[in-house]
Structures are given as C-alpha cells and as structure tokens.
Design a protein around this ligand. Structure first.
Ligand SMILES: Cc1cc2nc3c(=O)[nH]c(=O)nc-3n(C[C@H](O)[C@H](O)[C@H](O)COP(=O)(O)O)c2cc1C
Length: 363
C-alpha cells in the first residue's frame, strides 16, 4: 500500500479543491456526436475516471473556426453546453472535479472544418509541413493559413470569454486556457510561427499580447481562481519552433505570475521525441519564476510523479495515456497495482473499444 504517496495528498488549486494530486491530462478522443455535442459514451468515459483529483477535459473548440480534428467537442452551442452538463454532473456525483480546456487550433485546422470552406487562420500565413486531418478523418497536406487581421483579434478574445462562460454554465469547476502544442495561442507566442509586424508580432511583449488579453478577459469573466493555463515550451509538434525558448517562456511565466491563476500547467517532452523546438532548457528552471500552483506532465510514472512533488518541482502531476488505459489509476497508486497498457489504435475516433472498456484492477 502506498496510501501515503505524495500523489494522494489533497491540494487546492485556486477555488478548486482536489482529493489528490493526480490530474487527468487533456486528451482528444474524437468521439463527439452530431454537431460536436458530447455523447452519453463520453459521460461514461469521464465518470469512470472521476477519482482523478482533477479531470481536464479533452481540448474543446471555442468556435467552429477553432476545430482541427473530426468529432472533437465544442462549447459554443446550446446543445454542446447541455451535453457537457451531463458529464460534469456525472463527474461531480462521483466526487470528482473537472475543468474544460479552451481550444482554438489556428493553422492546424483544414478548410473542411471551416464555415464556408474558408482557409484556417493563424498569426502568419505559414503552413505546417506534412499532412493533417480533414473533417472526414482522411489526411491532406496542411493548407497555408490566412493571417488574422488586427481588427479580428478582439473578436477572438471575446470568443474565449464566451466559451469560458459557457463552460461555467455547463457545470465545470473552471477552465484551462490551451496555450500549448502549436495551436493558435502558442502560434502567436513562438517566433517560428509568428512573423507579424504589428502589435502582436516581433517583440516578446507583442507575441505574448494575445495570450495576455485572453488571460485578462477570461479571468475577469470567470475568476482567476477558476482559470488555469497550459504551455509546452519545448514541444515541436505541429511544426513549432522558437529561436530562444528560455527567453520566451521565462518571460511568459513571469508575466503570468501577475494573475492569481488556479494553476500553471507545463507540458514537457521526453528524450524519445525528435528534439526540442529550439535550444533545450530544463523545464524545472521555470519553477522559481512561478509563485502559484504548478502542474507538470509528460511521461510521468508513479515514481517520477512522486519525486516531482517531493523534490518541490511540482504541486500536481497530470497523466495522459495512463488515464486512457487505467480509469482507476488513483486506486492503482494506492494499491501499488500494475498499470494497463494503452492501445494507441483506439486513441482517436471509434466507439467504446479502447475508450470505456479498460478493466479496473481486481487484485
Ligand atoms: C490521444 C491523445 C490526445 C491528446 N489530446 C490533447 C488535448 O486535447 N489537449 C492537450 O493539451 N494535450 C493533448 N494531448 C497531450 C497529453 O495531454 C499529454 O501531454 C501527453 O499524452 C503526454 O503525457 P503522458 O505521457 O502522461 O501521456 C494528447 C495526447 C494523446 C496521447
């Protein structure tokens, strides 16, 4: 028994009190229904995982233009809000807590997702090399996005705010602003994707401006103590790079420190990835710059998660793939039980197979 595990100690993130420090990381599973509305199968999936101290929802588009993968849920229509309500009710009834991850994919989208078949939008008209997904699950080369006009940016910020309000209406305990993994906010931040020459490009202050505006507006609308943010300083996915990640992200963390956010979520990358998106630095070096609660993620095991907390590198640890395969991951930590392996072929799309049928530990 390891019930004295550091991972099992309670913690409070802003207004949200967690029974333990194990967070279910945001995980896109592409199983939303018609109109990108959450389904009853999704209710069951999240209910099964409600013993996590906190569930971060799969990334959820704030507007139709923000979608980049098929069957991902939204939080912009009345039907979607109603669908999410069923999920938050089930998670709360099972004693869990849940926040919604606010998502706009920027240039990762494809015209097949866009109203009117228009081009996806981004800070600059730079395409990702390679192929992405279209609305019918097939693959196609990424398109060159349209650079957002200056005059459109206040509308994007307002859409984040409306989506955050919708999330609270849907019963979520808070929201996580997705500023990681090469999606719109990250594209504005890192200089590989932002070549603008207006107030939103060039200097660090300018590249951070859209994130600052979203953070300011969302926290004003739903409360900083119900708002978290996710960043991924070295993540190369979706064609991301930065000429100086330490300079960019030490600035970001210092600036975010002005807002009493519920938490900062730093998603890392491991040595098994092709390479950092710019000169590597130790993500733990961000810790002293952040006065609030810090959540870490990326390939954590029980031992490395406990060590991250014990050594003061983190207050909570988010587990992604382990929560896909182990709905009862918290109990497995408690019992020192082995973990199920995940089946990657069922990650995106499909039905209950590889979704709600992973066995719980029975000794
Ligand atoms: C199937 C799958 C879907 C994912 N979807 C999201 C997502 O919606 N939002 C996000 O920020 N990260 C997403 N990620 C990244 C995970 O949150 C996490 O950072 C990654 O799996 C590494 O953590 P782990 O080693 O504990 O799995 C996804 C990863 C996987 C494998």
């Amino acid at each position: 028994m390891s019930s004295n595990s550091a991972l099992l100690q309670p913690i409070t993130l802003g207004q949200i009190s967690l029974a333990n420090r194990m967070v279910m990381a945001p995980l896109t599973r592409c199983r939303a229904g018609e109109g990108n509305v959450p389904t009853d199968l999704m209710v069951e999936y999240y209910r099964q995982r409600a013993s996590a101290g906190l569930i971060i929802s799969e990334a959820t588009q704030i507007m139709p233009e923000g979608q980049g993968y098929p069957s991902t849920p939204g939080i912009h229509s009345a039907e979607q809000i109603a669908g999410w309500k069923k999920i938050t009710s089930a998670v709360h009834a099972a004693g869990g807590k849940m926040v919604l991850q606010l998502w706009h994919v920027g240039r990762v989208s494809h015209s097949s997702f866009q109203p009117g078949g228009k081009l996806p939008v981004a800070p600059s008209a730079i395409a990702i090399a390679g192929e992405g997904r279209t609305a019918d699950f097939s693959k196609a080369p990424y398109e060159t996005p349209r650079a957002l006009e200056l005059a459109e940016l206040p509308g994007i910020v307002a859409t984040y705010v409306q989506a955050a309000k919708n999330a609270i209406e849907a019963g979520f305990d808070g929201v996580e602003i997705h500023a990681a993994n090469g999606y719109l906010l990250d594209e504005f931040l890192r200089d590989g994707t932002n070549h603008r020459d207006d107030a939103y490009g060039g200097s660090l202050e300018n590249r951070f401006r859209l994130i600052r505006e979203v953070v300011e507006a969302v926290t004003a609308a739903v409360g900083a103590d119900r708002t978290g943010i996710r960043i991924s300083p070295l993540q190369p996915a979706n064609g991301m790079s930065d000429s100086n990640p330490w300079s960019t992200f030490s600035y970001v963390v210092k600036e975010l420190a002005a807002y009493p956010l519920a938490y900062l979520h730093v998603a890392g990358m491991g040595s098994d990835q092709p390479g950092a998106a710019g000169p590597h630095f130790d993500l733990n070096d961000l810790r002293p710059l952040w006065p609030g609660k810090l959540m870490v993620n990326y390939h954590y095991t029980q031992a490395s998660g406990e060590a991250a907390i014990a050594e003061g590198h983190a207050d909570a640890v988010a587990y992604g793939v382990p929560f896909i395969a182990n709905p009862d991951l918290v109990n497995r930590i408690r019992l020192d039980a082995p973990w199920n392996e995940a089946d990657a072929s069922t990650f995106y799309g499909g039905d209950s197979k590889g979704y709600t049928d992973y066995p719980i530990y029975s000794g």
